[in-house]
Design a protein around this ligand. Sequence first.
Ligand code: ATP
Length: 236
Amino acid sequence: MMLQMTGVHAHYGHVHALRGIDLSVQVGEVVTLIGANGAGKSTLMTSLFGAPRCSSGQIIFDGEDITRLPTHQISHRGIALVPEGRRIYPRMTILENLQMGVSYADPSNFEVDLKRMEALFPILESRRHQAAGTLSGGEQQMLAIARALMSRPKLLLLDEPSLGLAPLYIRKVFEIIQELNRDYGMTILLVEQNANHALKVAHRAYVLQHGEIVLSGTGQELLSDPAVRAAYLDGG
Ligand code: ATP
């Protein structure tokens, strides 16, 4: 088991954003989390890093209880987040952005990892010394994913990676997710509003509503579930 959340609650002041989350991710899985705006998807992702801190419940990552660890120690344990909105550094070059992703614990793999990322995302090599803010939205998303991978995570968290992208890049994002999982064995937890694509690439999936998991199953099961179709797929 890579990740196990048990009975996780989290609050922002008086807002009770997560209400007893039970969720697991096995080694080598792509797990998708879908839900409407405000359901708590981003909160679930960031609660893994202690912001907001889990007020009760437990988070086990790779056999270790990380519930009360500070954020930097959690990222050193091997979780990397590609946040909603990408958050690349627009004035820095692409190379500098990638350097920011390197694990402080072990920077010795930089050259090897840079080559791997540039092979995976060729656009990053040809634009290496260009300011990251000059990339298109889709290219910036590729950079954000590459930056997260530079820390050699065991678990990659992707928060709405297809949001706001042109159709070509939406396809590309889901291809990359499948490639990372299939060819590199990357374990991925994916949050998406683009439920159709996200369920197709998922081994398993969860539906989050008002801070609670209301449904779970294989990606295929959820794709054919009438309630999921009505709420998230058929134009919903
Ligand atoms: P979206 O798809 O719109 O990003 P989401 O499913 O990711 O939505 P969250 O952003 O996790 O949902 O929000 C869950 C709940 O917590 C919402 O009611 C939201 O208003 C509230 N919330 C989120 N961030 C904060 C914050 N920093 N302070 C107070 N309340 C917050």
